[in-house]
Design a protein around this ligand. Structure first.
Ligand code: F6R
Length: 616
């Protein structure tokens, strides 16, 4: 939820920290702060409520002094309101120690009482300050930051990544990771820490994910890792596959606009190398083995939000192609229902960030109960793939805008590839059908390019509708999850009440919402392969139009049947019906973004949200 950055080196610590925070602001943006050990050996720090720009403005007036060791934080509030006092870093030990934190410390109240009894005072309402005071207290009894920090993290419960520095050891940052991400970046005479590689990718592509319950001691030329008991541990280095420029706006007005335009690449890059001569092979699935895939009796997809809707789309394709029953469950509901799982249950998690705590906990639960786990993830080195038996990385590139767009289509791509791979291994599709579907998938990027051309029509529509208080979305079959996703995008970007429904469900209740002028987006399936479903959706449109609804249809080019009943039609290229979600979601993403623009809202950082939800 929060973004953290740490740096030891001589590059200009404040600049490195601020640029690292800028690239991680999507993780939280209600306050930010930095602390530096200055060249003359004291801590200089600044923190400010509001977006990172507020801190940057503050630094322009009251600069933080130069130094070679620093930490920075961008916050998504959990304990305590987003005010200056609650922003990180928190100082302790008479201002000689600074500490930042991502996560939630569950036993903070007990430690706070203990520290109060020992005569310490608190200036914030946060759980983080409790950790800072505890480390400071232990520095005084042990005389050494590393020992004090190790003792402190062994006392803490909950989820935390902590970074601390102390003026008595000016070239050192200590950091720990428990149920929250921490990545090291290796430089030349400098080293970095971040919540993700975005924190330092402008400086180095050499990275390693710190393991669960590990402590890192970082200096300019050494990175030492131990477990919480002090035993030496090692890191596995990887090469960051994208450039800093990939996480810049690159001339677009917003990250969201840029990322929507990257939908075609997200599909193409996720497919690349996995379709060879008309046959899908995902090398990463060899970790599971063909025999295992042949024997899988059930797939359970666990995910949250948009990723769960990708799972709902993928379920249709996997069931149809590989003949494996697929359930899609929200990660936070999964483990509390005591799910029936066994060794032949494959639990597939979907997560753009790879850090969503609810999904991580679902994966751990599945493993502990004997299932195999497969992660579909967009972030190298993230926790969920590390905790899984196998991983299919989506190659959507960094997604910075808080609301997910290109990662969604990349997730569907990965699920379709999984379906085709499993169908080949299980022999449920013949070579012709495998090749036909693989070709359909490979044709999607070019079709998405065509859908992007409808952008100005969609923008015009959004402008006309900027005063609308509520919008409904209807779909059937694979169009249903797209209706859910269209509604979610509109809620989170434009703060408009929106609901997605299965079109068949309408007359079981939701049709009561239809009144004169009520806008309803309808995702119309192709009539070519599924005449029955198409006819049913047309009759749903007639039912709501008769009650005054204003229909905006998303229909394939040449679908004349929809024209008499629709107020607006957004045309998408022809595709096999199973592949329509790729094309139908794009106008809905653009619509939500444009409507938010029309209302003057920040589309990259909607209120109350954070991109990476690392608390339960
Ligand atoms: C909506 C959105 C969220 C995420 C959800 C899961 O636009 O982005 O609903 O899809 O929080 O996040 P990840 O995929 O990182 O696990």
């Amino acid at each position: 939820m929060c973004g953290i950055v740490g740096y030891v080196g001589d590059k200009g610590t404040v600049d490195v920290l601020i640029s690292g925070l800028k690239r991680q602001e999507y993780r939280g943006y209600d306050s930010a702060g930095i602390a530096v050990i200055t060249h003359d050996g004291h801590i200089s720090s600044a923190k400010k409520a509001g977006k990172l720009q507020a801190l940057v403005d503050e630094l322009a007036v009251r600069p933080v002094a130069a130094g070679a060791t620093g930490i920075g934080h961008t916050r998504w509030a959990t304990h305590g309101a987003p005010i200056d006092a609650n922003a990180h870093p928190h100082l302790a030990d008479g201002g000689k120690l600074a500490l930042i934190h991502n996560g939630i410390i569950e036993n903070y109240a007990e430690i706070r009482d203990e520290m109060l009894a020992a005569g310490h005072e608190f200036v914030s309402e946060t759980d983080t300050e409790v950790a800072a005071v505890l480390v400071g207290h232990l520095v005084n009894s042990t005389g050494d930051l590393r020992t004090a920090f190790a003792q402190a993290v062994n006392r803490l419960q909950g989820a935390f990544t902590l970074l601390a520095l102390h003026v008595d050891e000016p070239g050192l940052i200590v950091a720990a990771r428990h149920n929250s991400p921490l990545i090291v970046g290796f430089g030349d005479g400098e080293n970095f820490l971040g919540s993700d590689v975005a924190a330092f990718v402008a400086h180095t592509h050499r990275a390693a994910a710190v393991g669960q319950d590990q402590i890192v001691a970082l200096t300019a030329d050494s990175v030492t890792v131990t477990d919480f008991a002090g035993n030496p541990a090692s890191l596995e280095e990887f090469e960051v596959a994208w450039d800093a420029s990939a996480s810049d706006k690159g001339g677009w007005p917003s990250f969201m606009a840029k990322e929507i335009s990257e939908n075609p690449d997200a599909v193409a890059n996720t497919t690349r190398g996995r379709v060879v001569d008309g046959s899908v092979t995902i090398p990463e699935l060899t970790e599971l083995g063909d025999d295992y895939l042949r024997g899988v009796s059930r797939i359970i997809v666990v995910a949250c939000g948009t990723a769960s809707y990708a799972g709902l789309v993928g379920a249709y394709a996997i069931e149809q192609w590989a003949r494996i029953p697929v359930d899609v469950q929200l990660s936070h509901e999964f483990r509390y229902r005591e799910p029936v799982i066994s060794a032949d249950t494959l639990v597939v998690s979907i997560s753009q960030s790879g850090e969503t705590m609810d999904t991580l906990m679902a994966v751990k639960y599945a493993s502990e109960h004997g299932a195999k786990t497969l992660s579909i993830c967009n972030t190298q080195g993230a926790t969920i793939p590390r905790e899984s038996d196998a991983v299919i990385y989506t190659h959507a590139g960094p997604e910075v805008a808080v609301a997910s767009t290109k990662a969604f289509v990349a997730q569907i791509t990965a699920l379709y590839l999984l379906g085709l791979h499993a169908a080949r291994v299980r022999g449920t599709l013949d070579a012709t059908e495998l090749a036909r579907n693989a070709a359909e998938l490979e044709a999607i990027p070019a079709k998405l390019e065509q859908v992007l051309l409808t952008g100005s029509t969609v923008a015009q529509l959004a402008k006309w509708m900027s005063d609308t208080p509520a919008v409904l979305f209807l779909g059937r079959h694979v169009g249903f999850p797209i209706a859910l996703e269209g509604a979610l995008k509109l809620k989170e970007l434009a703060y408009i009440h929106a609901e997605g429904f299965a079109a068949g469900e309408l007359k079981h209740g939701p049709i009561a919402l239809i009144d004169h002028g009520q806008p309803v987006f309808v995702i119309v399936p192709s009539p070519r392969k599924s005449e029955v479903i198409h006819a049913k959706v047309i009759s749903n449109i007639q039912e709501i139009r008769a009650r005054g609804a204003r229909i905006i249809a998303i229909a394939e080019q040449g679908d004349a049947a929809v024209l008499p009943y629709a107020d607006e039609v957004i045309q998408i290229p022809l595709a096999d019906p199973l592949f329509e979600p790729f094309l139908a979601v794009l106008p809905l993403q653009m619509f939500a973004m444009e409507l938010a623009h029309a209302k003057g809202l920040d589309v990259d950082q909607p209120r109350n949200l954070a991109k990476s939800v690392t608390v339960e």
